[in-house]
Design a protein around this ligand. Structure first.
Ligand SMILES: Cc1cc2nc3c(=O)[nH]c(=O)nc-3n(C[C@H](O)[C@H](O)[C@H](O)COP(=O)(O)OP(=O)(O)OC[C@H]3O[C@@H](n4cnc5c(N)ncnc54)[C@H](O)[C@@H]3O)c2cc1C
Length: 456
């Protein structure tokens, strides 16, 4: 095959290295990861996805799929990269409380369409990821403590498998695939569209309480005590950030060390305010917590919107006892000796820990908290040592670590099979590998957090 041979019969475009738009199309959110695909297929519809998969099969190339580039595992070197960015259709069936969206639709678009009917999907902390990519990694919603994992509320999806076939997958037609894709990421094919359940949420009470980082040795233990009193409708996380003193950052945050508590309450604003009162009494320097239309859910976590160079390490904790609080403060609190750039600790529990009606490949449901350690790594030579540093900081949590992680938190550093396996129980890992063998024995879909086919 020559370097310009293209899949035939496409509505969308193919982009080869050097073509206008090639760099933009393959761009990732984490700038430490750079794809160097053989070709990009900018799919317009499911037929384009099928054509791209068949073309890759004919050329003996791996397939990678990317919507927004927010969750890349492996670099798509020499692969056929299917970009779903142009597949953005969203349909709402209000009477059935169902949203159907294509692979490239971002959360913000699904949320806006559902809001027109007084309904809401189970969005995560950022509205800028694709709703399909999020669900394939299990989907930890802001309000997961009340509703459970988003993957548990998927009704059906259409999947293009390694043979180029389009399969309609629901619990009745393809029970193994229905289970595996919801948590097993892109290992089984390309999801071209998905249907999920909607909920009658219109407004929430949320935002951030910001404290000087130096106060975190007092506020973090108070936050831990406070979380023991909360209803499942209250979502919360604790976060430390040490902004470096560099000219690239806006003056107001440059060199600042802050600690903030994220608040999201799915209920009446007055009751939300009553629940938050003990934290407000600790005198935050910034308080953005207010009643918000659900369409402004992105303001709850206020995640970064611009791509950056970063490395991460994440893990689940099974308790936040006094010893763990002490370890967290030693790692990132005011007296920390070699702290990371940021640490985020999300409260889990509630419905996240319960067995759903339609089990999915989200194995680790019992964690009490999810901890993520982040370092900025603007220079490629710093990626290995700063990744090691993030891992070392996480490891200081010692016995509180369950050894598990959620699929959407595998990050760019955790792509070796033994690391990917940490996202699943041994029994689920074996089942995932068996499903993989049945639908993708040649491991065409290996540019991801790869689940090797059983027997390989
Ligand atoms: C700032 C930030 C905040 C986040 N917050 C949350 C959160 O609160 N809860 C949560 O659960 N996750 C969260 N995530 C993780 C995010 O949901 C995952 O990284 C998700 O995979 C991103 O999907 P994407 O398609 O936008 O990204 P992409 O990088 O385009 O895709 C990431 C991966 O998703 C899979 N994928 C994407 N499209 C398809 C498809 N059509 N078919 C099959 N597989 C596909 C593939 O494995 C692909 O490698 C967050 C990520 C970031 C960067």
């Amino acid at each position: 095959m020559t370097a310009t041979a293209s899949p035939t019969g496409l509505t969308g475009r193919t982009l080869f290295p050097g073509d206008a738009g090639f760099e933009e199309e393959k761009a990732t959110f984490n700038l430490c990861v750079e794809h160097t695909p053989y070709v990009i297929v900018r799919a317009q519809n499911r037929l384009d996805v099928q054509a791209a998969v068949r073309y890759a099969a004919g050329a003996g190339r791996a397939v990678a799929v990317q919507a927004t580039g927010h969750g890349i595992g492996a670099e798509a070197d020499g692969a056929v990269l299917i970009s779903t960015k142009a597949m953005r259709e969203v349909q709402i069936r209000p009477e059935a409380r169902v949203a159907r969206f294509e692979a490239g639709a971002r959360w913000a678009e699904v949320v806006a369409a559902a809001a027109e009917h007084g309904l809401a999907p189970l969005v995560g902390s950022t509205p800028f990821v694709s709703a399909v990519g999020y669900h394939c990694g299990g989907g930890l919603p802001i309000f997961g403590r009340k509703y459970g994992f988003a993957a548990d509320h998927v009704r059906a999806f259409d999947l293009v498998t390694a043979d180029g076939a389009l399969r309609h997958v629901d619990p009745g037609t393809e029970p193994d695939l229905f289970w595996a894709v919801r948590g097993g990421k892109s290992n089984f094919g390309v999801v071209v569209s998905m249907e999920v359940e909607l909920f009658p949420i219109t407004t929430v009470y949320g935002g951030k309480l910001v404290f000087p980082g130096g106060m975190s040795d007092r506020v973090f233990p108070a936050w831990r005590d406070w979380t023991a009193t909360l209803p499942e409708a209250m979502a919360t996380a604790a976060m430390w950030i040490r902004f470096p003193d560099i000219p690239q950052l806006p003056e107001e945050i440059r060199g600042q060390y802050i600690f903030h508590v994220t608040i999201g309450y799915d209920g009446d604003a007055a009751e939300g305010a009553r629940l938050v009162e003990p934290l407000r009494a600790l005198s935050p320097i910034v308080d953005t917590v207010q009643e918000l239309p659900y369409t402004r859910n992105g303001e709850i976590y206020d995640d970064p919107v611009d791509p950056g160079f970063y490395v991460e390490a994440s893990g689940l904790l099974d308790s936040m006892d006094d010893e763990t609080v002490k370890r967290v403060l030693e790692a990132v609190g005011p007296g920390a000796e070699n702290p990371p750039f940021a640490v985020n600790i999300r409260l889990l529990g509630g419905a996240l820990a319960r067995t759903p009606e339609l089990p999915s490949a989200v194995s680790h449901r019992g964690g009490s908290h999810l901890m993520m350690v982040l370092n900025l790594a603007p220079d490629a030579t710093l990626v290995p040592p700063l990744t090691e540093h993030a891992r070392a900081v996480l490891a200081t949590m010692g016995p509180a670590l369950t050894g598990g992680v959620l699929p959407n938190w595998l990050g760019t550093a955790m792509t070796a099979p033994e690391e990917v396996a940490q996202a699943y129980s041994p029994a689920d890992w074996d089942r995932l590998r068996a499903v993989k063998r049945a639908v993708d024995p040649g491991n065409m879909f290996r540019i991801n957090h790869n689940i090797p086919p059983a027997g390989v």
